[in-house]
Structure formats: C-alpha cells, structure tokens
Design a protein around this ligand. Structure first.
Ligand SMILES: [Zn+2]
Length: 305
C-alpha cells in the first residue's frame, strides 16, 4: 500500500514538473565564421536560432592569422562554416583539412565580381595581379554576403526558413539605408578632396562604389611589408597631389602612417576600420557601425579645406 501511494505521489510530482517546465530550448545551429564582419552578418540573419562564433576576433588581422590547435575542433563542431574567400583566409584550407569536417565551408562572396589589384610596386616586369578580398567595403556587396548566408542557414536548418527570411529582409532594408547615407556623405565632400592614404589597400571596393580614392603603400594583404620605394612613391604623391589626410587602420601597425604624415605634413585623419570590427565597447561593434564610423571620419577630414 505504502509503495503504491508513493508511486502515485511520485507520478503526480512528475506531472506537475513537466507541466510547469518550459519547453526544451530548441538546439541552436552552431555557425563558425572566419572573422568578425562575417560573424555580424550571420548574427543578423540567424537571429536567436543560431549560435555564432568567429575564428579571428575583433581588431585582429585575418590576413596573417595562425590557427590554434583548438580551432580545428571548433571547425569540426560547427554545423555551418562561413568564409570570405577571394584569398582572404589563406590559412583556412589547411585548417578545414585538419578538422576532418565533412561540411564544405560556405563562401560568402560567391557571385561578387572580384576586384583585381595590380601590385603597387610598379617596376617593369615585376608587377602581378592579386585578387582584392575586401569586398565587404561596398554595401551593395554586403547584400550579396547576406543572400549567401541566408541560403546557407536555410540549407542547414530548413525549419528556420521563414525566420531567416524575415531577419534578412529587415537587415537588407537597413543596408539600403546605409548605402544611401554613404552616397550622401560622399557627395558633400568636394570632388578634388576625395583622396586619402591608408596603410593597406583595403578600400578598393569602397572606392569603386562611392568614389573616394584610397592610396596605400601596402598591397591588398598585410602579409608583406611595403618597400622603401613604395613608401617614397607615396610620399611624393601626397606632396604632388596635396592629399589632405592619411588614416590609420585598426588592424595594421600605425607607425608607417605616422611616419608618412610627419614627412609630408598631411594630417592624420583618424582611424578607419578595414578588416575587423571592434569589441562591444569600441566605435564599430557591428558592420553598420563600422561603415558609419569610417564615412564620418572621411567626411570630417576631407569635408572642409
Ligand atoms: Zn586587408
């Protein structure tokens, strides 16, 4: 009798427990993005159905990243792996191989027309074309990243299709507004002042989309140092063309730009965010913040003589 009564009480307690416990949380889709800007795109499309992490964190340079052994485990554990492609993450193929993952990484720049940059060296017989990976610097391209990420998330989690589509739609509308604001800000800068210097050639897509010319002593990657001739050429160009401002970047060594500023009298216009976001406390914790910050800096340095 006692046992039976206990059993009934226990069953009743269980019933109460299950009735009041929240529905089991839906397991989030684990997405690994190679760097912070991609991670932000994934967050915006994935919303609360995904858990996003990045290999290369805020204010870090993905060109020269060297993966840690733990990164292979993170790649293996992710359901979706998102890369920029266009040669940005030269270390990624080896990492994917080491991880043993069967999922092939999604290339977020698929469908974007790559910009070819001829190396700045300029000595005859020595120049070669490199692909510019910084496609995100044009907001129109960012919309293609979003479309590719949307397709990848739906493929990995078909039940989330409607949610992902709604998130993407809302985010794309914000990107459209951003693109319009960038155009308006650039239009307000006098045409003959739309020219600046940065450390590495990260703004070619921005230049093509919005018409500010960026000149850099270092090429489309930060892997190699600029030569003395490259730096001397830039210094001559700044003086001849009266280029008003030089800019630092959050992922490159500031000393080169500081030296160029000192030798030419060009003013340091501030810091641009090229290849990485900042952390939450910084000026550019999201892609939209990053573009707005950069444009504000450019407008302030170039807007008035
Ligand atoms: Zn770069």
């Amino acid at each position: 009798m006692m046992i039976r009564r206990h059993a009934i009480a226990f069953a009743a307690a269980l019933a109460v427990l299950f009735a009041t416990a929240p529905a089991p949380a839906q397991e989030k889709v684990r997405v690994l993005a190679t760097f912070s800007i991609l991670g932000d795109f994934v967050k915006n499309v994935g919303g609360d159905r995904v858990e996003v992490s990045t290999l290369v964190g805020p204010n870090s340079d993905a060109h020269v990243y060297s993966p840690a052994p733990a990164d292979a485990k993170r790649v293996a554990a992710a359901k979706v792996v998102i890369t920029n492609g266009l040669g940005f993450e030269g270390w990624m193929a080896r990492l994917v191989k080491a991880s043993g993952t069967k999922a092939s990484p999604v290339v977020a720049t698929k469908g974007i027309k790559p910009r070819k940059q001829q190396d700045a060296h300029g000595h005859a017989g020595h120049s070669h074309d490199s692909t510019d990976p910084h496609a995100w610097q044009s907001v129109a391209n960012a919309k293609i990243y979003v479309a590719n990420i949307l397709a990848a998330l739906i493929a990995a989690d078909p039940a989330g299709k409607a949610a992902y589509e709604a998130n993407a739609k809302a985010y794309l509308a914000k990107l459209d507004a951003l693109d319009k604001d960038v155009r308006e800000a650039v239009a307000a800068i006098p045409k003959d002042r739309r020219r600046i210097i940065t450390s590495h050639d990260a703004f070619g897509y921005f230049q093509a989309a919005y018409g500010i010319e960026f000149i850099a002593p270092q090429g489309v990657s930060t892997e190699s140092e600029p030569s003395a001739q490259d730096v001397a050429r830039i210094i001559r160009q700044i003086k001849q063309q009266k280029i008003p401002a030089v800019f630092l970047e959050n992922v490159t060594d500031p000393r080169l730009i500081q030296r160029i500023a000192a030798e030419t009298g060009a003013r340091v216009g501030g810091q641009l965010y090229s290849d990485a976001l900042t952390d939450e406390k910084g000026a550019a914790p999201t892609y939209i913040d990053m573009i707005r910050h950069n444009v504000k800096q450019l407008a302030a340095a170039l807007g008035t003589s």
